[in-house]
Design a protein around this ligand. Structure first.
Ligand SMILES: Cc1cc2nc3c(=O)[nH]c(=O)nc-3n(C[C@H](O)[C@H](O)[C@H](O)COP(=O)(O)O)c2cc1C
Length: 350
């Protein structure tokens, strides 16, 4: 059991925010495979407070709880108002993004930029906490610093300590710096030091992020870094089975945890994901979105390269169905997870 303020999770992992991926369709598929908690992709405060499309995009389905709505912005009042919109929409947790390394976001003084201006970051954390006023727990997502300088370390510490002081329920720390983006490893030793320094037991949960590709990475991050909660990000794109495998591992069933999804299990999830995506976005947009998921899902197929190529040329629902008919009709064992393959080409996100 892990507690995030008043929310109790029955497993120590969750699906992270993944801009361009972690919409309600991906979240519902993850939950149906045992994911106990999800964070949305970062939502701009302005989009939420202006109403209309931004609010519609943030609307929730009943099955999609508990969930954190993640906010990104640069002005304390706006981001605090955005938090009220999320509460009105039924979000269970408000999460503040101080992590995004994408240049256009940082240029607007949002996301990871705020780690370099601790006074502003703390003003935002304070405004959000006041506006939420204990109605739901607040959390914060950070990187371990702007860069490797002592100034960045001091700024991180100030912000982290402020979150604790302001009554935040927890923080998820990505063990890469903002400058690092996705190059090089996430520093789990940094997470370990943080846990050793602050402990995880006084009602402030410390979560870790970075380089979680398999179910056993979840266990490994918990034991090596000591974090209570593990964020699963790129590792679960096209791999919702990871959550069931993590539960199997925790239940002492390593065989089930190592079993790749059969071809029919893959087919069923691909259908389900597409249908959910279509019901959310309509056929045209779902077709575009699902192509990149199909490419990731193809890694589980014994003919991964050919299936990947087939998904790359999908443009319509008919094309999608044709790929399923050609490659997924005949059942058989899936391909064991290949971490190296899963790892490639996903370094463009937040
Ligand atoms: C495409 C992409 C989009 C992302 N979007 C978000 C986001 O909206 N909010 C967030 O907190 N983190 C976001 N992240 C960061 C991930 O949640 C995670 O911290 C990061 O990928 C490190 O974990 P990993 O190495 O296990 O993938 C994104 C990452 C990627 C690759």
């Amino acid at each position: 059991m892990v507690r995030i303020g008043s929310i109790t999770l029955d497993a120590p992992f969750f699906q992270a925010g993944l801009a361009g991926y972690s919409d309600a369709a991906m979240r519902l598929v993850a939950r149906r495979h045992g994911c106990p908690y999800c964070v949305t992709e970062a939502m701009l405060d302005q989009f939420l407070i202006q109403g209309g499309k931004g609010v519609r995009a943030a609307e929730l389905r009943d099955e999609d709880h508990p969930i954190a709505g993640q906010l990104m912005g640069s002005h304390p009042q706006d981001i605090a108002d955005g938090a009220r919109v999320l509460i009105g929409l039924g979000y269970d947790v408000v999460d503040v993004n101080l992590a995004c390394p994408v240049r256009k976001i940082r240029r607007k003084c949002r996301g990871g930029h705020l780690l370099s201006v601790p006074d502003e970051a703390i003003a935002i954390l304070d405004a959000v906490a006041q506006s939420v006023a204990g109605e739901v727990p607040c959390t914060v997502k950070l990187r371990r610093g702007t860069d490797d300088s002592p100034e960045a370390a001091a700024a991180f510490e100030r912000i982290f300590e402020a979150a604790r002081r302001l009554g935040y329920a927890g923080a998820v720390v990505h063990g890469r710096t903002v400058v690092q983006k996705y190059l090089g490893p996430s520093s789990w030793p940094f997470l370990r030091k943080l846990v050793d320094q602050y402990g995880c037991s006084d009602g402030f949960v410390i979560g870790g992020s970075g380089d979680v590709w398999t179910a056993s990475d979840i266990e490994r991050m918990r034991s090596e870094a000591g974090v209570e909660l593990v964020s699963v990000a790129r590792g679960c794109i096209g791999n919702p089975w990871l959550f069931a495998q993590a539960r199997a591992l925790a239940n002492g069933d390593p065989d089930a945890a190592a079993r790749p999804p059969t071809i029919h299990q893959q087919r069923d999830v691909l259908r389900e994901h597409f249908e959910l995506s279509m019901s959310l976005h309509g056929q045209r947009r779902a077709g575009m979105l699902m192509r990149k998921f199909g490419i990731k899902f193809s890694l589980h197929h014994p003919r991964a390269e050919q299936v990947k190529r087939a998904f790359i040329s999908v443009a319509s629902l008919e094309d999608w169905r044709a790929v399923l008919e050609t490659w997924f009709e005949q059942d058989g064992p899936g391909r064991p997870a290949d971490v190296e393959l899963a790892h490639t080409g996903e370094a463009d996100g937040i």
